[in-house]
Write a protein that binds this ligand. Sequence first.
Ligand code: HEC
Ligand code: HEC
Length: 282
Amino acid sequence: MKTKTDATLPRVEDIDPTFEPWEPPRPIPIFLLAILIALALAGVGMYLSDLAPWTDSGSPPRMAQGPAATLAKPETPLGPAPSDAPELVHTGRGSVWSCASCHGDHGEGAGITPRLAGLSEAYLVKQLEDFASGTRINESMHYVARELRPEDITELAAYYADMPVPPLASAASDADLERGQMLFEKGDWKLDVPACASCHGANGEGVGAAFPPLAAQQPEYMFSQLAAWKGGHRHNSPQQLMDDIAKRLSYEDLYAVSHYAASLPRQRDDARANPGNENTYD
Ligand code: HEC
Ligand code: HEC
């Protein structure tokens, strides 16, 4: 109960009911917090859209809102997609984004995304397992591969190994192709670098399960892999073969030999003609 004397005392609450002596002013921290949350959300959004493949409307459903999904898929001169593809190739499943959304309808790849068509089945299986386990490091492929079941891996590897090798859309190259050819065919003994042809085949066609083809593989992808070995970021080659080779060459040489190898004509337009050489290096 208020007495008359209480009511006549000058009290600060009567002047400003919101005044509290030691309270820090509130609007500013809440405002800052809002900005921080907005920045964090934008960061997550950008990270996810980096991971997300560019895609047509059908796939992949989870990332369809990302800004990357609005990029148009370039027209492919390769014709309609084959209709016998396993479901994961065009549709995907949960975090297994459709392979074709990044690797193309014909497994042709682009830029730093490799061609898969016509690679050997055992090599494809090994790479998918390595991505899943983290032995081979790549954020997008780890995200995709860790949800693959063993039977998915077998099915996808068989599908891509059987696919005809699509022609590589050749862009004019500023690389030193002569130096590239020299490295490819003869190596550089002064640098202790063997000829690429000695393992990857005289025409870069690939040998058996362990040595992937380089002919008509995406040049930027090959350069990115060689640079990753040189920088110590790819560690999954048997006996560190590629690590040592890439470390001994300069970036200029790696660029030259990537572009030279890419310019070699695709060797198998029918991938079933996989050479019977079971040269496994593991
Ligand atoms: C978000 C884009 C994206 C999706 C979706 C994707 N890939 Fe990849 N894939 C890549 C990139 C980028 C690389 C290169 C990784 C690196 O630099 O090491 C790669 C590499 C690979 C390689 C290694 C090839 C080689 O020559 O060593 C295989 C095999 C592969 N992907 C299979 C698949 C399969 C199968 C699927 C579908 C289940 C798939 N990828 C879905 C982007 C993608
Ligand atoms: C002693 C054998 C050997 C020699 C010589 C060799 N490579 Fe390799 N290379 C390999 C093996 C084995 C792999 C597969 C690595 C793996 O399984 O992860 C490979 C993989 C690659 C890849 C990755 C292909 C892909 O699809 O991911 C590129 C690019 C490559 N080599 C380029 C070269 C170039 C360029 C040269 C010459 C300068 C060369 N290699 C010489 C054994 C060799």
